[in-house]
Design a protein around this ligand. Structure first.
Ligand SMILES: Cc1cc2nc3c(=O)[nH]c(=O)nc-3n(C[C@H](O)[C@H](O)[C@H](O)COP(=O)(O)O)c2cc1C
Length: 250
């Protein structure tokens, strides 16, 4: 056993253990909602058609070849149709299947559990008042969450003060709602959730490349500050990944 044993355990498959410790799904516990419910009186923000922002044709080889982590953002505002396109590319719902058992989305997810919520900290987006929003993926709309003072500084602080984060007109923060996967896969869920998060961020990179935007995956963030910023309890829901977005500096 090394000092890393506990961490390495996360990387290992635990599906055999489900035979001894059946998941809530196997025990017949009702499934949790496909996404976090929003207050009935929430004023949802309509999003433009996500197709509008994408170029009609892309050279996939060139796009994959040119993909890079980009940490420079021009001060120009993003357009709401670009936010719409990125939300759709990373978590967009294509269909709800088996009478509400699962969603099929633009990214894969173990058992199609899709255990994530998407938050956008918008500092400079045309058509969107500055603030934090949550993506209502099933409706393809935004739910206003809060408008903290000094938003760009708070997001940078939550990202271990990586300074380029401050200059991004929008920052995507993804939280995990682990029970959505634990319900199905019990102790085997956590590796699946980690694998799933890579898929959504990779789609963010590919979509940004197609749209001519900059983005970079952020894994170095302050768990407590990030959860507090979004008002999450840090247990049933907590931040797992962050990505700032903006126009490239020309
Ligand atoms: C899981 C993960 C976490 C990362 N965290 C950060 C980060 O906190 N800050 C940062 O500047 N880059 C971060 N990166 C970006 C990597 O530094 C980058 O992918 C790597 O240098 C290779 O460059 P490329 O993406 O252009 O191929 C992260 C990338 C991944 C996949």
């Amino acid at each position: 056993m090394t000092r890393f044993a506990e961490g390495r355990k996360l990387l290992k498959a635990r599906f055999m253990e489900l035979r001894e410790q059946p998941s809530d799904y196997r025990l017949g516990v009702p499934q949790p909602p496909l996404e976090k419910p929003h207050p009935a009186d929430a004023l949802l923000v309509d999003l433009p058609d996500p197709r509008a922002a994408f170029p009609p044709a892309v050279d996939l080889f060139a796009l994959l070849e040119s993909r890079r982590s980009r940490r420079e953002f021009s001060p120009d505002p993003l357009r709401l149709e670009q936010i719409s396109a990125l939300l759709w590319a990373t978590q967009g719902v294509i269909s709800v299947i088996r009478d509400g058992f699962a969603t099929l989305r633009t990214v894969p997810s173990g058992g199609s559990r899709h255990p994530f919520e998407t938050y956008v900290a918008a500092s400079n987006v045309d058509g969107l008042a500055p603030g934090i929003y949550r993506y209502a993926a099933l409706k393809h709309k935004l739910i206003p969450v809060s408008n903290p003072p000094d938003l760009a500084t708070s997001v940078m602080d939550a990202c271990m003060r990586q300074e380029f984060v401050f200059t991004a007109p929008a920052v995507f923060l993804w939280s995990a709602v682990p029970y959505r996967s634990e319900w199905r896969y019990g102790v085997a869920a956590h590796k699946t959730i980690a694998q799933d998060s890579g898929h959504l961020c990779q789609n963010m990179y590919i979509a940004c490349e197609a749209l001519g935007l900059s983005t970079v995956a952020i894994g170095s963030y302050d768990q407590k500050l990030a959860d507090e910023l979004l008002g999450l309890d840090g247990d049933e829901e907590f931040v797992v990944y962050v990505a700032p977005v903006g126009w490239r500096n020309h």
